[in-house]
Design a protein around this ligand. Structure first.
Ligand SMILES: Cc1cc2nc3c(=O)[nH]c(=O)nc-3n(C[C@H](O)[C@H](O)[C@H](O)COP(=O)(O)OP(=O)(O)OC[C@H]3O[C@@H](n4cnc5c(N)ncnc54)[C@H](O)[C@@H]3O)c2cc1C
Length: 584
């Protein structure tokens, strides 16, 4: 007999674990979250928060989304990605990033009701954790996962209470390993991992200093400092990252992973920081030094029986593209509704197989993208002539040559411009953020093909209602004039069916099939004199079905299935699709 019983035990209260707990509690599923430490994130590691993650927060409730914006640095202060010799020194170039170029701003506005922002992990984690606890999660800090055993009916996990030194057991129907990049749960569950850990060494130097005079005229999250010596290990150059504008900073510096790990003193750290800033007299208050490695690893399965892994446990990669905590929170959004439906008896365990089918390819994609982005700094080094030599004097001379007259210097300038512009694949990569599409048993395409992309799918979001894609956003209106995103009309743990005039029969069909299967299916009939109206015509343009057709959306806002027009027996069609998706 276990000491504690719950439906889902979550190991870890980072972005992945806290988001899972918050979503499960919102869906009314009993869950418990443990963290081996006494507290949440104590350093602001993840920060870039993309639109899809903000949509997950919005799905948790407007109050959660609003609080995120309250503590975040807005997009408008994120947008100049500066490359320089030092902050006080010469600027080598910059690119407009994170949805701030005029074209990208428009694309972001069209794509989502939410905005990208910079929310340090020290704010995101407490927000998700608080949401979880206030909605029912039982949280235990200073409680360390030690091992688990699963059988046909559940999982028994042994946990160490670090305050008393005593062990206790938790019996749950499912176990979620959201225990980060050194996941013990993944190891014990024998989750297969591909790739290599420790391909580079990086040091985080957290400090307070007022850099207003060097940065306020070119506000940005990231300032890349190319100095001879800064390209050792890590991510290849010195990074000055804004934590709070403009007096709290995180400096990232590399070390050679093949040598011993340096143990920097505060004074040595200040020396590195002053060089990167280019101001030998700047006042610095050190607040932390930590070390991390650049990893290139992804899980090829994300569950084994009743044990699931997510977040950094499943995808371990450098911070490039800012995808870590975003993908972790999005993993949670994918799994939570499935667990809820299975635990409540509305779905069979087969539905849970789709977690691996849908999220493992995303894990691979983002790990590959983040590591590729590091490599894509290479052309900048090359254009500046920093690759052929380790002699600082020679390197400086090569950099200076770009200011000369003549063909060679003109080519060097062109190469540098092109290399910096190419970094949009790291700093303005909207497609990677929003184009996640699923192929699994929890999606029914009925043989329909995805639309042919007309732009680079990594850079640009391509809206579609093709089953598996995230439901495209546009604004719709209620009779009182209230404005709602399509995403506001779905999600929240239930299925939603969108139809139009002539499709009213879908309402009865959804009510009947929903009652039979024990699932809620909300229906919106959209059109003139209907409760929801498409005054702008955008919905009709993007829905890719006729008025009487149907778009069935899953609780995680991804399209489950669509049908072009009203069939002879809509209830039979819905039953066919839902029994297949729910594996019942
Ligand atoms: C410098 C830096 C910058 C970054 N920038 C970004 C960014 O801009 N955007 C972005 O999205 N991501 C970024 N990341 C990555 C991001 O921090 C991680 O991807 C994210 O924290 C992963 O969340 P997680 O919940 O999976 O794991 P973690 O945040 O690592 O949380 C793991 C949790 O598990 C707990 N735990 C571990 N082992 C046990 C155990 N045995 N028992 C109990 N509890 C346990 C831990 O205490 C913790 O609560 C950055 C990372 C770094 C280092």
């Amino acid at each position: 007999m276990a000491d504690i019983t719950t439906d889902v035990l979550i190991v870890g209260t980072g972005p992945a674990g806290s988001a899972t707990a918050a979503l499960l509690s919102t869906y009314g599923v009993a869950n418990m979250a443990i963290n081996r430490y006494r507290w949440l994130a104590n350093s602001p590691r993840a920060h870039i928060t993309n639109q899809r993650t903000m949509e997950v927060l919005r799905d948790l409730g407007h109050e959660v989304e609003d609080e995120a914006y309250l503590f975040a640095t807005g997009k408008e202060l994120m947008g100049n990605n500066v490359f320089c010799e030092s902050l006080a020194g010469e600027e080598l170039g910059r690119m407009q990033s994170w949805g701030n170029s005029p074209a990208s701003q428009a694309a972001h506005l069209v794509a989502s009701p939410t905005a990208m922002n910079d929310l340090p992990q020290t704010f995101m984690e407490p927000l998700l954790f608080k949401t979880a606890c206030s909605r029912g999660t039982q949280a235990r800090m200073s409680s360390e996962y030690l091992s688990h055993v699963q059988d046909a009916d559940g999982v028994t996990t042994t946990v160490l209470d670090r305050l008393t030194g005593r062990e206790f057991t938790v019996r749950s129907k499912y176990l979620v390993g959201a225990d980060g990049g050194n996941s013990l749960v993944a190891e014990h569950a024998q989750i297969p991992l591909e790739g290599q850990m420790g391909v580079g060494g990086s040091i985080n130097l957290l400090c307070k200093m007022d850099l207003t005079k060097y940065v306020a005229h070119r506000p940005s999250v990231l300032y890349w400092v190319l100095q001879p010596g800064s390209n050792v290990g890590g991510i290849g150059m010195g990074v000055v990252r804004m934590v709070r504008p403009w007096n709290e900073w995180l400096i990232i510096w590399g070390y050679d992973i093949n040598g011993p790990r340096p143990e920097l003193t505060d004074e040595e750290a200040k020396g590195i920081i002053r060089n990167l800033v280019g101001d030998p007299d700047i006042a610095i208050e050190m607040t932390g030094i930590s070390y991390w490695t650049v990893n290139n690893v992804h899980a090829t399965r994300m569950h084994n029986g009743r044990v699931f892994i997510m977040g950094d446990a499943a995808h371990r990669h450098p911070p490039s593209n800012g995808l870590g905590s975003n993908t972790s929170i999005q993993d949670a959004h994918n799994l939570a509704w499935k667990l809820a439906h299975v635990i409540k008896g509305a779905a069979g365990p087969g539905l849970l197989e789709s977690f691996t089918a849908e999220r493992a390819p995303i894990a691979k994609q983002i790990v590959t993208r983040a590591n590729q982005s590091i490599g894509e700094f290479g052309p900048i080094f090359e254009a500046l002539g920093l690759l052929g030599s380790v002699d600082p004097v020679k390197m400086q001379e090569n950099m200076d040559k770009r200011c000369d007259a003549g063909d060679a210097a003109e080519q060097q300038r062109a190469a540098l411009r092109a290399a910096i512009a190419f970094k949009k694949y790291e700093f303005d990569c909207h497609g990677v953020e929003l184009n996640q599409r699923y192929a699994s048993g929890a999606v029914v395409t009925d043989g329909q093909e995805p639309p042919v992309p007309n732009e680079d799918m990594e850079l640009h979001y391509q809206p579609t209602t093709w089953p598996g894609a995230r439901l495209p956003h546009c604004w719709l209106f209620d009779a009182a004039g209230g404005k709602h995103s399509t995403l506001d009309l779905c999600g929240k743990g239930v299925f939603t069916l969108f139809t139009g005039i002539g499709g009213e029969a879908w309402e009865q069909a959804a009510a009947r099939v929903g009652a039979d299967l024990g699932v809620t299916i909300k229906v919106h009939v959209i059109g003139p004199r209907m409760p929801v109206q498409d005054h702008l015509g955008d919905w009709s343009r993007i829905r890719e079905t006729r008025d009487s057709g149907a778009i069935l959306v899953r609780p995680d806002q991804h399209v489950a299935w669509r049908h072009d027009s009203l069939p002879a027996d809509p209830a039979a069609e819905l039953r066919r699709v839902l029994t297949s998706i729910l594996a019942v």
